[in-house]
Design a protein around this ligand. Structure first.
Ligand code: HEC
Ligand code: HEC
Ligand code: HEC
Length: 328
């Protein structure tokens, strides 16, 4: 008995010393050129596939992914954040990306074997130890779905072409602001100071958005003021006509409030005096709806007054308020 214990202890110590030597003397070859030992790639890939399938949201949670504005927003983000590794559906990956281990598949291949709920999980979480990054903001499911809408269009071979103009900051920002409606806000309703503050808030991550966090790191911070001035003056289309019943319900709530919800116009469109909050008049309803939901659900929390104002809103209140302000 005593001898067995002793033998095990000696073997254990030798094992530890061996592992220590591998780590300490650098005996394990980390060269990506050498690749994995036989079987290891299969184990890693099967683990990856089964892990995604176990954790992805249910197919019933997949929203409507066919809205052209949602697809265009996803395409705009894909062009600057993903195409570096996965390329456009109709072009080549760079030789350097193709040499990665594991290498990022060209996007039409990458989406081949997955359902939208799986793609959502992959884009939100990334894949550990592979180079596939997670979404750079927490709790922004709405943004991840925009990218999945683009990926679903790639699956259907109906993806819009990608445009990325690295030579001009303005042209880059204008791939989304202007041509894309829906969740992409109009900027021309705001003064430049407000727009510049928001760019800084995205940059410091105070205001969480994976799409705008990426966008503000594509341009030098010294350009924020000039970009804000440009987009405050660049005219954008007014939203389409809204449902009259929603407008009426939204107007009643926004101007009078309830016991739990303050009148929005007190801060956003006061009859006299300077407004405490940004204008919402003429803003795209989908954008206002997303933002109000984020304030209500405490994903956005950087302004106490606005957080308190949104706390008790229902989904129906939010839809009505968004329609009302879009119609002003
Ligand atoms: C730095 C490079 C890099 C970037 C940027 C990147 N990926 Fe990936 N991605 C990878 C790699 C590497 C894999 C392969 C992982 C594996 O096979 O284990 C991968 C895997 C994937 C897969 C699963 C494909 C499969 O193997 O079944 C999808 C889908 C995907 N990426 C989408 C995206 C999207 C969308 C973006 C942008 C939001 C993105 N990726 C950004 C490197 C990248
Ligand atoms: C891929 C599409 C896309 C690109 C490119 C893009 N934006 Fe945005 N922008 C958005 C979306 C979506 C939002 C809303 C983000 C959120 O939920 O906070 C937004 C929000 C903003 C806001 C805040 C507006 C408000 O009413 O609160 C400003 C300012 C802005 N963008 C300016 C820019 C500038 C300047 C650039 C170029 C450096 C740029 N954007 C590039 C999609 C984009
Ligand atoms: C006590 C003042 C106050 C009240 C009341 C208020 N808000 Fe706000 N709201 C703000 C402030 C301040 C901000 C800007 C926060 C920031 O960017 O720093 C804001 C931001 C917003 C935004 C984001 C706009 C954008 O472009 O990003 C929306 C949407 C909004 N409010 C809607 C509403 C609605 C709808 C109501 C009524 C239910 C309401 N607010 C009530 C002060 C208020």
């Amino acid at each position: 008995m005593k001898r067995t214990v002793l033998t095990l202890a000696v073997l254990g110590a030798l094992g530890l010393a061996g592992a220590g030597a591998v780590v300490g003397f650098g005996l394990y070859n980390v060269s990506a050129q050498v690749g994995h030992w036989p079987g290891v790639s299969w184990v890693l890939h099967s683990t990856f596939r089964n892990s995604v399938k176990l954790r992805a949201p249910a197919p019933s949670e997949v929203p409507d992914l066919t809205d052209p504005d949602l697809i265009a927003l996803g395409a705009g983000h894909y062009a600057s954040a993903c195409a570096t590794c996965h390329a456009a559906p109709d072009s080549f990956r760079t030789a350097t990306m193709a040499a990665m281990v594991p290498s990022p598949p060209r996007i039409d291949r990458a989406v081949e074997d997955w359902e939208p709920n799986h793609l959502f999980w992959i884009v939100q979480n990334g894949i550990k130890m592979s180079g596939m990054p997670p979404w750079p903001a927490e709790d922004r499911d709405d943004e991840v779905w925009a990218v999945v809408a683009y990926l679903a269009a790639v699956q259907e071979q109906q993806a819009p072409p990608l445009t990325l103009d690295p030579d001009s900051d303005r042209a880059y920002c204008a791939t989304c602001h202007g041509p894309v409606d829906g969740q992409v806000p109009r900027l021309d309703i705001h003064p430049p100071e407000y727009l510049e503050e928001q760019l800084t808030a995205y940059h410091s991550r105070q205001r969480p958005s994976g799409i705008m966090a990426q966008a503000v790191t594509m341009v030098p911070a010294e350009d924020f003021a000039a970009l804000a001035a440009h987009f405050a003056a660049a005219e954008d289309d007014a939203p389409p006509a809204q449902d009259p019943d929603l407008i009426a319900a939204g107007e009643a709530l926004a101007s009078a409030g309830t016991r739990d919800i303050p009148a929005c116009v007190a801060c956003h469109a006061p009859a006299e005096g300077p407004p405490k909050g940004p204008t919402l008049d003429g803003q795209h309803a989908e954008f206002t709806e997303v933002q109000l939901t984020l304030w209500r659900d405490e994903v956005l929390a950087y302004d106490d007054l606005m957080a308190a104002a949104a706390r008790d809103l229902t989904d129906a209140d939010i839809a009505a308020l968004a329609a009302y302000f879009a119609s002003r």
